[in-house]
Design a protein around this ligand. Structure first.
Ligand code: FES
Length: 372
């Protein structure tokens, strides 16, 4: 392993060399040439190479991905936009990271993908991708995470189906740290799946249950018992009201259990992962109109301060990638080349060259250039 001081000097020398080379290679940056040599060398356009594919169930596959230079790691429970090239088009979706955070920078991480009926990208990733495939990676995000400090004394993990993935990352991190394996910590997991064969991570969860004194697993089988109900949960975990709860699963389950927690006055103990759009802010009264250049399309046009870049591009005839148009799927992300953008959900203005912009929920804050 490199000594820290040597490593720092080497990093500084590398940065200086890149800056110097940058003056010689404008308008392309040295990073762009590195990406041509190997996509994993690019820090501007983070990417990862699939190292292994693990079949978890007939529908779910884990992709072990070795990230390149631009990867900055994750917290257990977070998700990452993944871009896969399909028929020559880069298509983005978000996937929860199922592995524990790496111990060292650049260690592989894993996403676990269930092939959904009609799900073009999920089927591609779960069934067709092979080791060696390069995938683009967006910025890691998500607030459905464990607390940074001590874990609450009593915890309930309530999951169903592929909703197990963020909790699996948390459990793997907890099991590895050993720091929570004290008599003060008591983690109960209630997981619902159709049957044993279709329980993603079933064998590993049962092994954790057998090995860890602070962890208890209760499995609910929907075949033939039907969906997990509030009554069934109360029978499996009678003290659920006293537990800080992390819940992830299908929308219908989240809705019904969230209502139950709120009715019982325990809503403050519940954290859940829900891929729903945040509402857009009302139109800003201040804010000057901007101008957008779509560089690859060689199109330049005016941009209202509250109009999504996606709408502006489409109105100007630019072929814009898109999906949900609500800020959920990340199908619309495009690289920012210059300028600043306003997040129409939060009003926050940000932007550095190389940032991936969700064009459906971002407006121009002044002059903007996109790599489209
Ligand atoms: S996030 Fe889905 S289209 Fe923008």
């Amino acid at each position: 392993m490199a000594l820290p001081v040597l490593s720092t000097l080497r990093d500084q020398a590398g940065r200086l060399a890149l800056q110097a080379a940058g003056r010689l290679t404008t308008p392309l940056l040295p990073d762009d040439y590195l990406a041509l040599l190997d996509p994993l060398l690019s820090a501007r356009w983070p990417a990862g190479r699939v190292q292994a594919m693990l079949q978890e169930t007939p529908e779910a596959t884990t992709l072990v991905i070795r990230p390149g230079r631009g990867w900055s790691g994750h917290r257990p429970g977070q998700y990452v936009p993944v871009g896969a090239e399909m028929d020559g088009v880069l298509t983005w979706r978000t996937y929860t990271i199922s592995s524990a955070p790496g111990r060292r920078p650049g260690e592989p991480f894993a996403i676990t993908v269930k092939a959904l009926p009609g799900g073009r990208v999920s089927t591609h990733l779960a069934r067709r991708v092979r080791p060696g495939t390069v995938l683009r990676l967006g910025p890691v995000q998500g607030e459905f995470v464990l607390p940074a400090g001590a874990l609450p004394g009593k915890v309930l993990m309530l999951t169903a189906g592929i909703g197990v993935t963020p909790v699996m990352s948390m459990l793997r991190a907890l099991a590895r740290s050993g720091g929570h394996a004290t008599a003060d910590v008591d983690v109960v997991m209630v997981h619902s799946a159709p049957d044993a064969e279709r329980t993603v991570f079933g064998a590993e969860l049962r092994a954790l249950h057998a090995a860890l004194p602070w962890f208890r697993l209760y499995e609910h089988r929907t075949r033939p018992a039907g969906h997990l109900t509030v009554g069934r949960l109360s029978a499996l975990c009678p003290d659920w009201r006293e537990r800080d709860t992390w819940m992830c699963g299908p929308e219908a389950m989240l809705d019904s259990f969230q209502q139950h927690w709120q009715r019982e006055g325990s809503g403050h103990r519940l954290r859940l992962e829900r891929f729903r759009p945040l509402a857009l802010l009302p139109p800003a009264r201040a804010g000057a109109p901007g101008r957008v250049r779509f560089l690859r399309s060689d199109v330049e046009t005016d941009a209202g301060p509250d109009t999504p870049l996606l709408d502006i591009g489409e109105a100007a005839g630019v072929l814009m990638p898109s999906g949900c148009r609500m800020g959920i799927c990340f199908s619309c992300v495009s690289p920012l080349v210059a300028g600043r953008i306003r997040d129409l959900r939060t009003g926050e203005v940000s932007g550095e060259p190389g940032d991936l912009v969700q064009t459906c929920v971002s407006a121009a804050a002044g002059a903007v250039a996109l790599d489209l």
